[in-house]
Design a protein. Sequence first.
Length: 437
Amino acid sequence: MANGANPGNGSSGSEADIETLKAVAFRKVIWRMLPILTLGYVFNFLDRTNIGFAALQMNRDLGLTATQFGWGAGILFIGYCGFEIPSNMLLYRFGARRWIARIMISWGVLSCGMCLVSGPISFYIMRFTLGVAEAGFFPGIAYFLSAWFPAEYRARILSWFLVAIPISSVIGGPLGGMMLGIDGALGLAGWQWLFVIEGFPAVIIGFFVLRLLSDRPQEATWLTPEERDVIIASLENEKREQAIRRLGPALRDVRVWLCTLIYLGFTVGSYGVQIWLPLILKEQHLSDMQIGWISAVPYLAAAIGMIIWARFADQSNRKISNLALCCLLAVIGFLIAISTGRFDLSLFGLTAALVGVTAARAIFWSIPTKFLTGVAAAGGIAFINTIGTTGGFFGPMIVGYMKDRTGSFEAGLLVMSGFLAASVVFSLLLKRIIRDA
């Protein structure tokens, strides 16, 4: 601190004073970083999933079949996953602030460029390129937050960051419906306006990231010396389980592989329903605007459920058990959705499934940073996200393929529930290895 005292030493003041300083310091960090990062992730997720609303007009205009749309929606994740680890290693080299800003600016430009697609091939190419531009964003943020917040904060911090996922759909549904409603303005179709209006803000946010973020507490001139020291001390005193610091051992660790399989399972289920939800609702003969508002309801419930569940997981210190319960809720939700012919019960089931998979994300990402640090954290988190995020390709593709084969969405949702059930099993196996999480 300014007087050279260690914030962890009682000689610098009472324990209550230190805890007060710690709370003030972390509150300042939270308000500096989380609003801009969460807003960025809102537009990141809009960028991934607005294709579902665009499809209400775009598939007709471009002549896309359900299978072609499923491939195009999912191929973004092939580009994303293929460049995930290199992107995160470059982030580790150049610093999170610069690299996260670069990602946001490039994906914003390309998202606007989606308005230029004219057929299946250009659709595939633009979606793949967009995935390359986005590569490394989420694992980069997860690594960045682990450099600022000790384990006692991480599930809550990640829940407030990841609340961007359901919030993006809460606002994205009505916004998508409105954008489709300006079809023909200035010679552009409604789906083209949707891509432009939802892509451009990412460019602006990227420049704000350059100005507001600092890579590490040591570089944060906007904190007092005392605040910097108490944050650094909290991170240095953090207890980690058999911490891995090098990338090679991290990629051979059974905990990393179990985390990867868990994430793959609930990512398949998550994107399988999120991409297709507008078209699932379309089968109820609803208007585009009605679909926009009704689709917001499950995501509003998911946002509230995620924050409450992540806070409980932090306080109970039983993150893996709660992760398994989240995935189990999603399984039950999917089964309810496909086992009844009633629209209200099916919507209830899909809402429960979305609460489960959304809460699972926040709790899940607080687990790998418990045993990964340094370059192992940067590369290991990217590896988990790389393999797991292929679920963003397989989920929409499987649902689209099953829709073309069977004529309904029930078979695809049944497959989604199977992937979530596998995540439950792998979570229980992980619990046997990491007993204090």
